[in-house]
Design a binder for this molecule. Sequence first.
Ligand code: FE2
Ligand code: FE2
Length: 313
Amino acid sequence: MELDEVIERAGPRQFSPKDDLPIEYRKAATRMIQFHANSEVMGGYLDKQFTRHAPSLDRKLACTAKVQDEIGHAQLLYRAAETLGVKTRDEMLDELQNGDGKFLNCFHYPVDSWYEAPMIDFFVDGGAMRRQATLKSTSWEPYAHAMDKVCFEEGFHVKHGESILKELMTGSKATQERVQETFDVWWPRIIQFFGPPNKDSKHNDFAQSVGLKTASNDYLRQSFLNMYIPKAEKYGLEIPETPHIEYDEETGRYELEYDDLDWDEFWTIAKNDYEGSHIQIDARANRQTAVEWVRSAMDSLEQSTSPTPQAAD
Ligand SMILES: [Fe+2]
Ligand SMILES: [Fe+2]
């Protein structure tokens, strides 16, 4: 199929492995799904640390379950990416290990307290939910299919994060202040989670023209602000003064001062060059090395096992 025809036919779940698609489409879809899968892995590794900080057994169990979900999402997505025939799952995992694999900005910052749990589990997962809901109608069918399961589970993650936020914000005054301080640090990162403004996004136009993306960065950021500013305020959080955000009554939109955000830091992160990037990537890379023996044991088992004999009638 020529690219013109792809653009003409682009629509929800329009293309699948039985279609002969041009390399431009297959590469763009691989880049997007691999980025998403890497982000699930790195988000899971970040979240793993909350299990240690969680104040009760119930919270620890919920944190563990969430980490399992995130790693499961990554597996589904690597499989969906593989169906494009550009890279194998092993190649993508190796790229994540050697520092070439890219992932979402929020997962490059180290975490070290329980107060950060709702920043990731409520706000970042809430943002992810906004984005992923629109990907149910992406044009690559295996990706959309994976989103059905992922979105269902993300709904639980957001509830889990909201419950932690609610508990902390009805705690002591000192606890509430610590949450607010943590929110002040995370808020600009969370807004940048949706990527650069449309005008500065390299991949936005192509991805939208072939139906891989169905909503722009600015649209998703706006829909997040509309939903999450009232929620943050409901739990007693104050929206930080920077970046400047103003609600326009007439348009019903939040107008954001983009220049108040640190885009140098954002683009350094995008290249995996931020100081925290190396800490996060290396920590996860060491885990991949540590379980290498399991992979090779399973590979040799697979090679030595003959096909399962048919059961006799
Ligand atoms: Fe996830
Ligand atoms: Fe999640």
